[in-house]
Design a protein around this ligand. Structure first.
Ligand SMILES: C[S@@+](CC[C@H](N)C(=O)[O-])C[C@H]1O[C@@H](n2cnc3c(N)ncnc32)[C@H](O)[C@@H]1O
Length: 445
């Protein structure tokens, strides 16, 4: 099957079955047995088309006025072809249109092929409609950066127009390829030397001291990764274990642990000594934690499947020195990695998730020793799931307070963003995931 046809099927699965783009893409690359170049083109077309979906629909709309009920596959074919015409310089327009027409002939009939041909050639001739025709500036930003209008308006209320615009634009760019160095095995310098010896162009991270960044290529495909020197992780995410700051010999609970990125980081920072109990509600995901622990040679991790809203049934009160709640969330800080979530997650998801987040925090709180540290983190930028979640928890738990020592644990560049024991990173600050971290302390008395 050719790359465009695979792209069409992948995009249809994302749209119709609500599949995650990265999982669907991995599947397509495996099934299509694509080589590096084709896999890269498929990835670019699929991610790009999902990322720019609403902008592409805006561009297509004037040319589709006369088309009666358009089947979804035809619309998706038009989107992915227009994506190549507008955003991929290396693909000549006529080649992209030719491929689209051939697919339309195979999947549909001559009428559809001629519609596809007509629409795309007319756009090629007449050019794209101007976004300036949208008078309302908030709506224009939503269409120009392909984010739902409700979300853009909501972010503007939270962060203002300028920050929102920068964030939306950053969300359109591919995320950097980063990994955390396993400090039990190597230093950052040693890992960089080994990566370079393997032919990877890698440099130190921008913010997290344990991070490496690859200019090109996939760090997970290196021998350095396979031999347990690296864990694929975003730089914002690497700040969480630093905020928790565990010591060797302690007992630590990670309440929402799969696939184990932060669990293994915590264990590394404990020099592999003590115990990290890693809990996740999904049995199949618990296996991923075990695999990571094994790959990294970390024997101090105990992984188990459990709904963390019921932690009290399993663990004794005050039995942990430190607790991490890396809560399930809307994930609006990682739109670059999972672009489809900007269309699929809605206000109802926020409302449902904040109840789960509070229930997990409520269940975890009694298990922490007096004087112990609890870190709450999310990969979202929604205040309701972040600052407001902490305010709500603190109102119900007077034995906890925000711990302003968070700032001391953060790298210099991040410190100005810490306020009263809380940190909100937006994706454009350091070209890393949007992330929230709060550090709380359980009072001794
Ligand atoms: C943000 S992800 C965790 C990422 C992980 N900490 C890491 O760094 O690799 C949230 C996790 O919470 C889990 N989860 C959702 N609801 C849960 C619950 N009620 N109890 C325990 N885990 C839950 C999900 O399965 C998901 O793996």
């Amino acid at each position: 099957m050719n790359v465009r046809e695979l792209a069409l099927d992948t995009l249809l699965a994302i749209e119709q079955k609500g599949a995650y783009s990265h999982l669907q893409l991995n599947d397509a690359i495996r099934k299509g047995r694509l080589d590096g170049r084709d896999a890269a083109l498929l990835t670019e077309i699929v991610y790009g088309t999902v990322q720019r979906r609403d902008t592409l629909d805006y561009y297509l709309a004037p040319f589709l006025r006369k088309a009666r009920r358009l089947e979804l596959w035809v619309r998706v074919l038009l989107r992915l072809t227009l994506y190549q015409m507008v955003y991929l310089d290396r693909v000549p327009d006529r080649a992209a249109i030719f491929e689209a027409v051939e697919i339309a002939k195979r999947r549909g009939h001559r009428g559809i092929a001629s519609l596809v041909n007509g629409v795309l050639r007319t756009i090629g001739r007449e050019g794209l409609p101007s976004l300036d025709a949208i008078i309302d500036s908030e709506k224009r930003l939503a269409v120009a950066t392909s984010h739902p209008e409700w979300l853009v308006r909501r972010w503007i209320k939270q962060y203002g127009l300028e920050e929102t615009a920068r964030m939306c634009e950053t969300n359109l760019r591919p995320p950097p390829s980063t990994a955390r160095v396993n400090r039990l095995r190597a230093t950052v310098e040693e890992a960089l030397d080994r990566l370079r010896a393997e032919g990877m162009e890698a440099v130190p991270g921008l913010v997290a001291p344990d991070a490496v960044r690859a200019a090109k290529g996939n760090l997970a495909h290196t021998e350095t990764f396979r031999s347990g020197w690296l864990t694929i992780q975003d730089e914002s995410s690497m700040l969480v274990a630093r905020a928790l700051d565990p010591s060797p010999g302690e007992r630590v609970l990670d309440c929402c642990a799969a696939p184990g990125g932060k669990t293994t980081h915590i264990a590394e920072r404990m020099d592999g000594r003590g115990e990290v109990v890693a809990v996740d509600v999904h049995e199949h995901k618990v296996k991923l934690i075990e695999q990571q622990a094994q790959r990294l040679g970390l024997g101090c991790i105990t992984a188990l499947a459990l709904d963390s809203r019921r932690l009290g049934e399993r663990f004794a009160p005050e039995s942990f020195d430190r607790i991490l709640v890396d809560a399930p969330c809307t994930g609006f800080g990682v739109i670059r990695r999972k672009p489809e979530i900007k269309y699929t997650k809605g206000k109802d998801d926020v409302a449902a998730l904040i109840e789960v987040q509070q229930a997990i925090l409520r269940a975890a709180a009694p298990l922490l020793k007096k004087g112990g540290t609890l870190v709450y983190s999310t990969c979202t930028i929604e205040r309701e799931e972040n600052e407001e979640a902490i305010a709500r928890f603190l109102a119900d738990h007077p034995d906890f307070s925000l711990d302003d020592r968070l700032a001391e644990r953060m790298p210099d560049a991040v410190r100005p963003h810490v306020q009263a024991g809380m940190l909100q990173l937006l994706p454009h600050y350091f070209d890393s995931d949007g992330f929230f971290i709060a550090r709380l302390r359980k009072k001794v008395q």
